[in-house]
Design a protein around this ligand. Structure first.
Ligand code: ADP
Ligand code: 5GP
Length: 191
């Protein structure tokens, strides 16, 4: 059976890193490509990393009811287009959404059967270190992300699963295990 997996957690916690490992390890799992009004970072490709839209284009899609969920995060709009999820499910794939907490709540309300995972840091201070080390955001943008992170961390108990990303290998194993159990797949990875 195909399922929708919502992976959330504060910026810099390691969602993207853990999801890329998950996609390598679990067959038939696909990542939904979100839409955003944020500017592309160096190396990001339109249609692969995000569908980069203008604010006008995004608003038009909101009006057309194209989004399964959308939210404003740190001054930009982000959203999951229904077609991204529906096409993959109809092809028999399970779908991973990497989204922030407000969007995760909307998906929970719309799809009660979605599997919701919160990725938590071992300590709040780790987020700044990781965002600095990633080097993709200006200092003021990092400060803004950390402000949002405090609210996101306060919401973690809402989630059915919580994975602490301290040791990366261990967290990746834990996330893989959750997904395999939910999909009824064998726990021994083929690798
Ligand atoms: P997110 O997608 O949640 O914003 P990323 O996956 O981009 O976070 O990770 C943020 C930074 O932290 C990246 O530079 C990544 O390599 C690093 N990172 C991820 N997991 C760990 C970990 N367990 N220990 C140390 N650094 C990590
Ligand atoms: P970033 O700018 O770092 O790519 O993403 C910022 C935040 O927006 C992250 O928490 C990320 O998970 C979230 N995000 C990405 N795509 C979506 C989406 O489609 N919907 C929602 N609600 N959040 C998203």
């Amino acid at each position: 059976m195909s399922k929708v997996f919502v992976i959330t957690g504060p910026s810099g916690v390691g969602k993207g890193t853990l999801i890329s490992k998950l996609l390598e390890r679990v067959p038939d799992l696909e990542l939904s490509v979100s839409a955003t009004t944020r500017q592309p970072r160096e190396g990001e490709v339109n249609g692969r990393d995000y569908h980069f839209l203008t604010a006008e284009e995004f608003d038009e899609r909101i009006e057309q009811g194209d989004f399964l969920e959308f939210a404003t995060y740190s001054g930009n709009l982000y959203g999951t287009m229904r077609t991204e999820v529906e096409r993959r499910l109809s092809e028999g794939h399970s779908v991973v959404l990497e989204i922030e907490v407000q969007g995760a709540r909307q998906v929970r309300a719309a799809m009660r059967e979605s599997v919701q995972v919160f990725i938590a840091p071992p300590a709040p201070g780790v987020l700044r270190q990781r965002l600095n080390a990633r080097g993709t955001d200006a200092p003021h943008a990092i400060d803004a992300r950390l402000e949002v992170a405090a609210q996101e961390l306060a919401a973690q108990d809402e989630f059915a699963y919580r994975v602490v990303n301290d040791d990366l290998a261990q967290a990746a194993d834990e996330l893989e295990r959750i997904v395999r159990v939910e999909l009824g797949l064998p726990l021994d990875s083929p690798q």
